[in-house]
Design a protein around this ligand. Structure first.
Ligand SMILES: Cc1ncc(COP(=O)(O)O)c(C=O)c1O
Length: 494
């Protein structure tokens, strides 16, 4: 074993996992059998989650779709959670669940750790949630991040990962004087207009971005994940139309590594971005303080110009976003002068509730706890145990599913929805691809419902985050529950 404080013992073979996912989408759909799904709906959700159902019905009258958070849209209806502690969630009907959603990623220490909560309560008792003026924890958090993450000389806190991604684009354009942004197809860099491009399924361009006018994408393009030749082709092409200001990378692959990339690709992307005068922007919203205390960049030994933070940076508390990076880039967020006193333009970004004392205190003590408890490695070991167990269960039940992980980011792909590609050179195939992804998405939701009925909350039925609050015994119990679901899976006619 060679974790060395990182979440990863041995990095996955991206080519091999990609081959397995390629196979998966060629096969018929396997999912929870319809009779068993009906049984779960009738005997679990309808009978044991009645209070959740009633509340969501009422909520639908005043909240579009009945929930405020995209991750809470669950089949057959969302459950209402009113207690969270460590690795467990509790709903208003008195049921409990293993939490593999981890609020979408921020709670690597587990839910509501007292070491952070008590500091937040102290702060509320003395200062309240916000003043609009400087608080000492803004300094403490920035200092901590600059000590933990090698490429971060300066850090600026914002309200969310989405905002931080927007801010980084402005810095990149000012710093390089170039126009275009390149992102990996399928990657998610928040929902701002210009970056809502090529989302989830590579090649979709603006197809998933309803409501965003096409001209907004004039300077945004996507390259194929794990494909250095395609990246270089796009960089070369951009030279004829204003150059490339930034290459955005999700370090373990698009959608938190759902489509994994190799170490070679990451190093190659760093080389190519710099060869063409672009900034390398590492979007570490998911991987920051999860792949290791120094983020994925420490693991891959990469020195990005800018790093985007979110999620863990506020430990599950509100206001989780920020940009960090090299001095000469971060100067564009200062008062108009760089560190040598040279005048530079100022990138406008901020927010009334950016960098509140709550976000900064919660972030600071979360990072301290991560270091003190070696949380990244611990959560990663749990991710390895979970993934190996899932792989054995998949084999045992002769299912076509694919399980793999990057430390505590685990993927259980039963249908391969995000492994499809839209190919504009064959436009007649696009409707069929979109139809297939829709069908498979529905089955993924059914799998999510089956897991929930067995007491496991997942992210959209296909991603599982482990936290440091898990023990080996808990993971084994989680696996016993997956076993019960897999036992009732079979080929589905779609
Ligand atoms: C890689 C990545 N970047 C950016 C974001 C956007 O962050 P936020 O949801 O805080 O706006 C996310 C959110 O999941 C993400 O996974």
């Amino acid at each position: 074993m060679a974790y060395n404080g990182f979440a990863i013992d041995k990095y996955l073979n991206a080519e091999e996992v990609t081959r397995q996912l390629d196979e998966l989408i060629k096969k018929p759909v396997y999912s929870i059998r319809p009779d068993k799904l009906d049984d779960y709906v009738e005997n679990y959700f309808e009978k044991k989650c009645a209070k959740s159902k009633e509340m969501i019905e009422k909520a639908k009258e005043v909240i579009p779709g009945g929930v405020q958070h995209n991750l809470a849209f669950n089949y057959p209806f969302p459950i209402v959670v009113n207690k969270a502690e460590g690795a467990k969630l509790y709903d208003i009907d008195g049921n409990w669940y293993y939490d593999l959603l981890q609020a979408g990623g921020p709670t690597i220490l587990g839910s509501n750790p007292p070491e952070v909560r008590e500091r937040v309560i102290d702060l509320l008792n003395t200062c309240g949630p916000s003043t609009g003026l400087f608080h000492e924890y803004e300094y403490k958090l920035a200092k901590k991040i600059s000590e933990m993450v090698p490429s971060v000389q300066k850090f600026r806190m914002l309200g969310s990962g989405t905002e931080a991604c927007m801010c980084a684009a402005r810095i990149a354009r000012l710093k390089t004087g170039k126009k275009n942004i390149l992102k990996m197809g399928g990657a998610y860099h928040g929902w701002s207009d210009q970056l809502a491009y090529g989302i989830r399924v590579p090649g979709t361009k603006g197809l998933m971005s309803k409501g965003v006018p096409g001209f907004v994408f004039r300077h945004t393009d996507e390259f194929f994940p794990n494909d250095l030749e395609d990246l270089e082709r796009k960089l070369q092409r951009n030279r004829l139309s204003g150059g490339t200001a930034a290459v955005y990378i999700e370090p373990v692959g698009p959608e938190s590594g759902t489509r994994p990339v190799s170490k070679r690709f990451i190093k190659g992307a760093e080389y190519l971005a710099h060869k063409y005068g672009a900034l390398l922007i590492f979007d570490e919203v998911v991987t920051g303080f999860r792949i290791g205390p120094g983020g994925a960049q420490s693991y891959f030994d990469v020195d990005p110009d800018l790093t985007i933070f979110g999620k863990i940076i506020a430990g599950g508390y509100p206001g989780a976003g920020g940009v960090g990076g090299h001095d000469d880039c971060m100067a564009y967020l200062g008062a108009g002068l760089d560190s040598s006193g040279k005048k530079v333009s100022k990138a406008m970004c901020g927010g009334t509730l950016a960098a509140t004392p709550i976000s900064c205190v919660a972030g600071y003590y979360t990072l301290c706890e991560i270091e003190r408890t070696n949380a990244c490695e611990k959560a990663g070991r749990m991710g390895d145990r979970l993934t190996k167990g899932l792989q054995k269960l998949i084999e045992k039940h002769h299912l076509p599913f694919v399980a793999f992980n990057q430390g505590s980011i685990c993927h259980l792909d039963s249908v391969g929805t995000m492994h499809f590609v839209v190919d504009w050179s064959k436009p007649w195939t696009i409707p069929e691809v979109l139809k297939q992804t829709g069908i498979r998405q529905k089955e993924m939701e059914h799998m999510g419902a089956a897991y929930m009925a067995e007491g496991i909350v997942t992210l959209a039925g296909s991603r599982l985050y482990t936290s440091a609050a898990y023990t080996e015994e808990m993971i084994d119990d989680v696996l016993a529950r997956f076993d019960r679901v897999f036992e009732n899976c079979g080929r589905i006619d779609v």
